[in-house]
Design a protein around this ligand. Structure first.
Ligand code: ATP
Length: 451
C-alpha cells in the first residue's frame, strides 16, 4: 500500500507499558485474572474515549447523512433467530479426549492434542453467543443473549429512525457499544477478547448504488486510520475470497494492521445486501420497504457496513505510536500519539513544591485544564517527569520554574522533537491552541515527524 516497509514492535513492550503506566490491567487481577477480559486504567480510558470520539466526530457529527443510536445489549431472542446467529454464529471446536483441552479446529494442524498428544474429537460447531436468563426463572423460555454485535440493534430500529428523522436514502445509522463473544481461542492482549467494543455504521443505499458506496466506505475508513496518525505502511486492504464470505455478504474487505502478531483485521467493510432487513421484515411481520419520493419506487435498501473494533484500534494506535529513541546517553520510550488521541494533551510541571511557585503553577494548570485534558505533575525530578510524559504520549509539557516568578514566562517542551520554547504565561493559551486546537487538531497531516 505504501513504499515504506511496515514495522512492528514486540507485544511484550506494549503490554508492559500499559500495565506500568496505567493504560490497561488484566480484569480481576487480584483473583488471578479472568481470561481474555481487560480493564482500562486512568490513561487507557482517556485513550479509548478519544478513539471513540474521533470515530463519532467523523462518522456522525461532521456528516449530514448519518445519525447516532445507542441500543440495549439485551434484545428479544427472536432478533438472533432472524439474524441467523442462533443457527450459524459458531466456530468449529475440537476437544482432546485425554486432557479435555479445547481448540479452534483451524488452529490445530494435526489430529493430536498440541498439549499432551492425545486424540482429538471430530470438530463440532460451538455457538459463540453468551447466554443468560431474563427474570427469575432459568428455563429455555427465559433465555436471552448478550449481543455479539451492535449491528442488529440498528436494523431493528431502521423504521423508527427513518420516520423520526425524515432521512432520505442514502443515509447511515452509527452506534458504539459493547459486544460479547465466547471466543474459543483468545489472546494477543486486547486483540481478541470475549468482551469488547465495536463502532459500527449501517449505511442504507439504493441497491444499484451499493458497489459505489462500498468503494466509498473502504476509502473513507482507510483514510480515517491515517487521520488518527497510523502510518500508511502499517495498513493494508484485504479483499475476501468468495469462499470466505459470510453467507449474507456480497463483498467484504478488511482493513488490516501490522500487529505484533502479524497482519490482522482492524475493521471489516461488508456489502450485506438486503439480507438483514429482509429477515427482520419476515420474522417480525413488518414492511421495511423504503418509498423513494423521487422515483416513486419501493424497495428494500442494501446495507454497507463498516464495522470496527475499539479495542483493536486502541492496540493498533499504541503499537504504531511506540518508539525507543536515543536521548543523550540513554534511550527514551515515547508514544508519538496523535494529539487528538493522547490521554493528556498537556502536563504542567512545577520545578518546586513550595510557594510562591506552586501558586503560579496551579494558575497555569487552571488555565490549561479548562480547554484540554491535562495533568499537574510535581513528583520526582524534572528529567523523570519528562520521561513519564513521553511514555504516556503527552504532546506538550509546560514547565514553571523560579525565573517564571520574575518574568512571568514558562517553557513549553514538545514531546516529538524535545524542542523547548519560552513564552509569556499570557500567551500560553493561544500558543497551545495553535498547536493543539482547530485545524492542527483535525489535520490530516501525520504526527510522525520523529521515529
Ligand atoms: P475475526 O475474524 O478477527 O474474529 P470478525 O470478522 O469475526 O473478526 P466482525 O464480526 O467483522 O469480526 O466484527 C467487526 C470488528 O469487531 C472486527 O473487525 C474487530 O475489530 C472487532 N472484533 C470482533 N471480534 C472481536 C474480539 N473477539 N475481540 C476484540 N475485537 C473484536
Amino acid at each position: 500500500m505504501d513504499e515504506k516497509t511496515p514495522t512492528r514492535v514486540e507485544m511484550d513492550k506494549i503490554v508492559s507499558l500499559c500495565r506500568r503506566r496505567g493504560f490497561i490491567f488484566q480484569s480481576s487481577e487480584i483473583y488471578g485474572g479472568l481470561q481474555s477480559t481487560w480493564d482500562y486504567g486512568p490513561l487507557g480510558v482517556e485513550l479509548k474515549r478519544n478513539v471513540k470520539e474521533a470515530w463519532w466526530q467523523e462518522m456522525i457529527t461532521r456528516r449530514d447523512d448519518t445519525v447516532g443510536l445507542d441500543t440495549s445489549i439485551l434484545m428479544h431472542p427472536q432478533v438472533w433467530q432472524a439474524s441467523g446467529h442462533v443457527a450459524g454464529f459458531s466456530d468449529p471446536l475440537v476437544e482432546c479426549k485425554s486432557c479435555h483441552l479445547r481448540y479452534h479446529a483451524d488452529e490445530v494442524g494435526s489430529a493430536t492434542c498440541p498439549a499432551c498428544g492425545g486424540e482429538l474429537t471430530e470438530p463440532h460447531q460451538f455457538n459463540l453467543m453468551f447466554k443468560t436468563f431474563m427474570g427469575p426463572v432459568e428455563d429455555a423460555a427465559a433465555v436471552v443473549y448478550l449481543r455479539p454485535e451492535t449491528a442488529q440493534g440498528i436494523f431493528v430500529n431502521f423504521q423508527n429512525v427513518l420516520t423520526t428523522t425524515r432521512k432520505k436514502l442514502p443515509f447511515g445509522i452509527g452506534q458504539i457499544g459493547k459486544s460479547f463473544r465466547n471466543e474459543i481461542t483468545t489472546g494477543n492482549f486486547i486483540f481478541r477478547s470475549r468482551e469488547f467494543e465495536q463502532m459500527e455504521m449501517e449505511y442504507f443505499v439504493k441497491p444499484e448504488t451499493a458497489d459505489k458506496w462500498f468503494e466509498y466506505w473502504v476509502g473513507e475508513r482507510l483514510d480515517f486510520y491515517k487521520r488518527i496518525g497510523i502510518r500508511p505502511e502499517n495498513l493494508r486492504l484485504r479483499c475476501h475470497e468468495k469462499a470466505e464470505l459470510a453467507f449474507y455478504s456480497r463483498g467484504t474487505s478488511d482493513i488490516e494492521y501490522y500487529f505484533p502478531h502479524g497482519w490482522a483485521e482492524l475493521e471489516g467493510i461488508a456489502n450485506r445486501g438486503s439480507y438483514d432487513l429482509e429477515q427482520h421484515a419476515r420474522c417480525g411481520g413488518k414492511n421495511f420497504e423504503y418509498f423513494d419520493d423521487e422515483t416513486k419506487e419501493r424497495y428494500l435498501p442494501y446495507i454497507i457496513e463498516p464495522s470496527a473494533g475499539v479495542d483493536r484500534t486502541v492496540l493498533a494506535v499504541l503499537c504504531d505510536a511506540y518508539a525507543e529513541e536515543p536521548d543523550k546517553d540513554e534511550i527514551r520510550a515515547v508514544l508519538h500519539l496523535h494529539p487528538r488521541l493522547a490521554p493528556y494533551k498537556v502536563a504542567v510541571l512545577p520545578l518546586s513544591r513550595k510557594e510562591p511557585l506552586v501558586k503560579l503553577a496551579r494558575e497555569v494548570h487552571n488555565t490549561v485544564r479548562r480547554l484540554w485534558r491535562s495533568e499537574y505533575d510535581d513528583a520526582q525530578s524534572i528529567g523523570r517527569r519528562y520521561r513519564r510524559q513521553d511514555e504516556i504520549g503527552t504532546p506538550f509539557c509546560v514547565t514553571v520554574d523560579f525565573q517564571s516568578l520574575e518574568d512571568k514566562q514558562v517553557t513549553i517542551r514538545e514531546r516529538d522533537t524535545m524542542n523547548q520554547i519560552r513564552i509569556p504565561v499570557a500567551e500560553l493559551e493561544s500558543t497551545l491552541s495553535a498547536k493543539l486546537g482547530g485545524e492542527a487538531f483535525a489535520s490530516t497531516a501525520l504526527w510522525h515527524t520523529v521515529g
